[in-house]
Design a protein around this ligand. Structure first.
Ligand code: PLP
Length: 393
């Protein structure tokens, strides 16, 4: 596949560190795109406040840099999954509220109180524990997660309504936010969105005077009635697709690249990689690239000439010198082979970098080739990438 557009040097590397320039795997995180994406989400959230969800090390991109950037952009509400993530974020978001989605368990009191973290209470057990904790230690904010049809975390509707009416609850029990989560927000046609909305309205009304929050990235696109007081975007901040089948309006944030270690010629009829599943249909040039499934370049991205999933997609593509180049054969732990036969011989050499996803290859296109979602690719990146944060603050 011959392409006419020139190789776009994806990034200006003049101030890149030696480590970065020499690294087998590079991850460039564009912090100005990240901040722009947050502002875009804030604009789409209208009158509602806009939080930032930075669980799982900010979707794999780094809690510290991401947290600080979003704090400077104006975010004052953050969501993490576990308390340690909140403690990591705290110095970078000094005045922010940090909500911990997995809630609190006995023995965790100090990390919550010392770092001023807000537990998101999701069950009767947690509720009982939290009530006794605040009775002893005094007032501390919490949030309440109510399940409206997801059947994941959250108090049942009945328990939540009973709690709202419970006059015997301790005065030091002071929820500041009621939240729920949509199961099908990424599908605007799903009737479940409206069903959950109706249920959530009952909860939100019952806790009158307390802020409420229903929508993650996808829900923000469903429109104003889904926004309530606070929206909770995650994936959209990182440039991922929030809504199925719609054009993604977000700027790409993460670009993953890996070095070509060797380029080899192979003959028609020969096979490539483990299992010999990819049989070459022509004389080919193969680029052996320093990234594999240990780097989150998932084995399901393998190209064997046969679609292995019902997506109909045969393996992933990388990008180099203006060309999209397909994965050839199975992805291995540390190495992936790309078919670069269609790239002019003198346009690339061993030592060059191939883009795995980012500015030129959409994160979600790669994810689809693996039968998964951008979230999983980002959170699977692993430890071997040399990271570079550009356009900070
Ligand atoms: C992960 C998560 C979010 C963010 O979801 P995105 O789809 O990444 O925007 C919001 N709320 C809850 C409860 C979550 O678990």
């Amino acid at each position: 596949m011959v392409s006419n557009f020139k190789m776009s040097a994806a990034f200006d590397l003049t101030d890149a560190s030696e480590e970065f320039l020499a690294a087998p795997l590079r991850l460039t995180v564009d912090l100005s795109a990240l901040a722009d994406n947050w502002r875009d989400m804030a604009k789409r959230s209208g009158k509602s406040r806009t939080a930032a969800v930075i669980k799982a090390d900010a979707y794999g991109l780094g809690t510290e840099d991401v947290g600080q950037t979003l704090y400077h952009a104006g975010a004052r509400d953050f969501f993490v999954a576990v308390p340690a993530e909140g403690a990591t974020l705290r110095p970078y978001a000094p005045e922010a509220r940090i909500f911990v989605l997995s809630g609190i368990w006995p023995g965790m009191e100090d990390v919550f109180f010392d770092n001023d973290l807000v537990p998101v209470i999701a069950s009767q057990e947690q509720l009982a524990f939290w009530m006794s904790t605040v009775s002893e230690r005094g007032d501390h904010p919490c949030a309440l997660h109510v399940d409206t049809g997801f059947n994941r975390l959250g108090l049942s509707l009945e328990d939540a309504l009973a709690l709202a009416d419970d006059v015997s609850r301790p005065a030091s029990f002071s929820p500041v936010l009621i939240l729920s989560h949509l199961a099908c927000g990424d599908d605007p046609e799903s009737p479940m969105n409206r069903q959950q909305l109706e249920v959530f309205r009952r909860v939100s009304d019952a806790f009158e005077g307390i802020d409420s929050s229903l929508s993650a990235s996808a829900g923000i696109f469903l429109g104003t009635e889904y926004h309530f007081d606070l929206t909770r975007p995650g994936i959209a901040l990182y440039g991922g697709e929030a809504v199925n089948g719609a054009k993604n309006p977000m700027r790409p944030v993460a670009t993953a690249e890996a070095r070509i270690l060797q380029i080899r010629d192979a003959k028609v009829g020969e096979t490539v990689s483990y299992g010999g599943t990819c049989k070459l249909a022509r004389d080919s040039r193969l680029a052996i690239v320093s990234a594999g499934y240990a780097d989150g370049y998932l084995r399901s991205l393998s190209g064997s000439g046969v679609a292995v999933r019902n997506t109909g997609i045969v393996g992933a593509y990388g990008y180099i010198a203006g060309h999209k180049v397909p994965v050839a054969g199975r992805v291995t732990m540390d190495l992936t082979i790309f078919d670069v036969t269609d790239v002019p011989r003198n346009a690339i050499a061993a030592g060059d970098y191939i883009e795995l996803f980012g500015r030129n290859v959409a994160l979600d296109d790669v994810a689809r080739a693996a039968g998964t979602i951008g979230y999983e690719l980002l959170t699977s990146l692993g430890l071997r990438y040399e990271r570079r944060y550009i356009d900070a603050l």
